[in-house]
Design a protein. Structure first.
Length: 657
């Protein structure tokens, strides 16, 4: 196999500010390297010590790691704990009146819930679920708006030992049905509706439709939170209003003490084809990953106001909304709406109003906000910020620089975090008080994480060359299996082609001569152009570096001569280019990419749209772009697409004349 070629050249470096280093949880490179060396010396003891220091155990473990059934690793298995207890009860004596969640609704109204409030609400719902016969080992699907109640529902399940599976509220009834059936859920927790961007989406109606599709006999209860006016169809044998369920319930509930390996949740990845994959996470190991990354990467301090903008329907919302911040006792912001409603200043106004100190969002949101008003942040007081984070996909260097200089005013480190649903918590990300930053690089692995880049045979590649990103050693927050399909787990993540030893991330990456990791894109997004294997993310970064471009996505289409041709889908900062202007702009961008990278990466086609096809969570649906690039009819499910009209715009290619 030809090595995957790295074509992005980035030379800017930003060392940590000395004043940030002085207060950091990992203060300086020497402290970071000491942790890495400790993990290298005795991997098991390193994680075992952290688990005892940072987690409360009802029954301490006596065995740290069991590797006997590779790759189905077990961590701290004979220890017993409860995740909800670690998030709530542990703070009741020390900070019961500290705000746990500052909730801002779509319409701007604000609700504050203290740790005592949250504890009582979780206990009441937990008791309500038990009164419906739900308990340890049962599966509960949660299909909720972004809200305090969504977090309460997750915590209540964790408290009684029920395994939750959160389905993003933007998913269709068909997607919801697949997940209910696969999990064998005994209950669904939902709301009558959700409010986003001034619009109302009817969640209970989607649940009714999903159950009506059949094969859902396992569902005995549908718990409905009343977010709107409550105008929903009703099955009195199955449906119960949340407020009725909790009305007479006690506001204390003894937690179920569980093995560290008890499944805390399954989260289904929205694969483009085939049966969805239910990624299953443990309790103890998963919680440890969330806690340590809060402390190491977000440099958590008790005075912080933390805001992760992710929905709880995604793993980011699990680790850095529902569990990580609560486990360390943080005050966090939870937001119901979208960043562009009622205007593109919403995020910046919220940071100003709530005095947010740590802000964590996605490159997609960052690029969209640049397009809608690159100078808007300067109109707000963002002086409370001390740390910025990026999650979900590689961030291109130009967006990174805007985030750093405009939002962070060149004083806030940007932690570009690489991790996945399957890893549960950060794997590669800069400890902000130790690691110099490079725009576009997720930098160095966390202490205890042995990341590497290998070729198709599983052999290490030399620095400066691309390959497959792997993790060579087990780590506590790793997914344990795929729900009901262990063989698929083994084949997908520990393939025999790599010797079956390493966790295969599915991303291509390269490591530069300083040891920094650069994510180049998904393995299936690697282009093979005239024998050169190119990562799509690097071409996208080059396009977005052009001052005309707000966002870009690159895919390949079959080409008789070169194997694959490069097709770029581009959103301009101004209005969409059409007609002669489109051809002129396309030519300019092709020449730009040629100058930035080289002729091998020059797009064969450029297509312009007002936006890119995205799910309601902001994820670019690249499978649709690949279909469009090949000139095929779209037959895939587009029910999760936020803006289907965009597809017609993107059908028109601009080829060189």
């Amino acid at each position: 196999m030809a090595a995957i070629k790295s074509i992005l050249q980035e030379t800017r470096v930003f060392p940590p500010h000395p004043e940030f280093v002085r207060q950091a949880n990992i203060a300086g490179m020497e402290a970071y390297l000491a942790l890495c060396n400790e993990a290298e010396k005795d991997h098991e003891a390193f994680w075992g010590k952290l688990a005892l220091e940072h987690i409360l155990w009802q029954k301490p473990f006596t065995r740290i790691l069991d590797e006997s059934n590779h790759p189905f690793f077990k961590w701290f298995e004979n220890g017993e704990l409860n995740v909800s207890y670690n998030c709530l009860d542990r703070h009741l004596d020390t900070q019961p009146d500290k705000p746990a969640i500052i909730f801002e609704a779509d319409d701007g109204s604000i609700t504050v819930s203290t740790y005592r409030d949250l504890y009582r609400r979780v206990c009441q719902l937990a008791n309500g679920l038990k009164s419906r016969g739900i308990g340890k080992g049962d599966r509960v699907v949660i299909y909720m708006p972004m809200s305090i109640e969504a977090v309460v529902a997750m915590q209540a399940c964790a408290r009684i030992g029920a395994t939750h599976s959160v389905v993003f509220g933007g998913f269709s009834a068909k997607s919801l049905h697949e997940r209910i059936v696969d999990a064998g859920a005994v209950a669904v927790i939902t709301a009558d509706e959700q409010h986003r961007g001034g619009k109302r989406n009817h969640l209970k109606a989607a649940v009714d439709e999903a159950i009506g599709l059949g094969g859902t006999d396992s569902v005995k209860s549908v718990v409905v939170y009343q977010r709107g006016e409550g105008n929903v169809s009703w099955n009195p044998h199955q449906d119960v209003w949340w407020h009725d369920l909790v009305k007479e319930q006690n506001d204390t509930c003894e937690p179920e003490w569980l093995s560290a390996e008890h499944p805390l949740f399954t989260l289904y990845t929205s694969g483009s084809t085939g049966k969805p994959k239910g990624v299953q996470h443990s309790s103890g190991g998963y919680l440890l990953g969330a806690v340590m990354s809060m402390k190491w990467i977000f440099d958590y301090k008790p005075a912080d106001v933390f805001w992760c903008t992710a929905d709880v329907g995604w793993v980011t919302g699990h680790s850095y909304v529902a569990y990580g911040p609560l486990a360390v006792g943080a005050t966090q912001v939870v937001f119901e709406g979208v960043p562009t409603y009622p205007d593109a200043g919403r995020f910046w106004k919220m940071i100003q109003d709530h005095k947010v100190t740590v802000f964590y969002t996605a490159p997609t949101a960052i690029r969209s906000l640049i397009k809608l008003g690159a100078d808007l942040p300067s109109k707000y007081d963002l002086s409370s910020l001390r740390l910025l984070g990026s999650v979900g996909e590689p961030i291109n260097p130009e967006a990174w620089m805007w985030y750093y200089t405009v939002v962070g005013q060149s004083r806030c480190p940007v932690v570009d975090t690489w991790w996945q649903t399957e890893t549960g918590s950060h794997m590669i990300a800069p400890a902000p008080g130790a690691v110099p930053l490079k725009p576009g690089s997720c930098t160095l692995p966390l202490p205890g994480i042995k990341a590497a880049i290998v070729d198709e045979a599983g052999h290490d590649v030399e620095d400066g060359k691309g390959g497959f990103l792997v993790i060579k050693r087990p780590f506590p927050s790793q997914a344990r299996t795929l729900w009901g399909d262990p063989e698929r787990f083994r084949k997908t993540y520990f393939p025999q082609e790599l010797g079956g030893k390493y966790y295969l991330a599915g991303d291509s990456a390269n490591r530069d001569l300083d040891g920094y990791f650069w994510i180049m894109g998904r393995i299936d997004d690697v282009l093979n152009v005239a024998g050169h294997r190119l990562g799509t993310m690097e071409i996208e970064s080059a396009l977005v570096a052009n001052p005309l471009v707000a966002e870009a996505a690159v895919v390949g289409r079959p080409d008789e001569i070169r194997g694959e041709a490069v097709v770029a889908f581009v959103v301009l900062k101004g209005s969409r280019a059409e007609g002669a202007k489109a051809h002129e702009t396309a030519a300019e961008l092709r020449n730009w990419v040629t100058r930035e990278i080289g002729p091998i990466a020059r797009p064969d086609e450029i297509r312009f749209g007002d936006n890119l096809p995205k799910t309601r969570s902001g994820k670019i649906m690249r499978r649709l772009l690949r279909t469009l690039a090949r000139g095929e009819e779209i037959t895939q499910d587009v029910s999760t697409l936020e803006n289907p009209a965009i597809l017609d715009q993107l059908k028109q290619p601009c080829r060189p004349v």
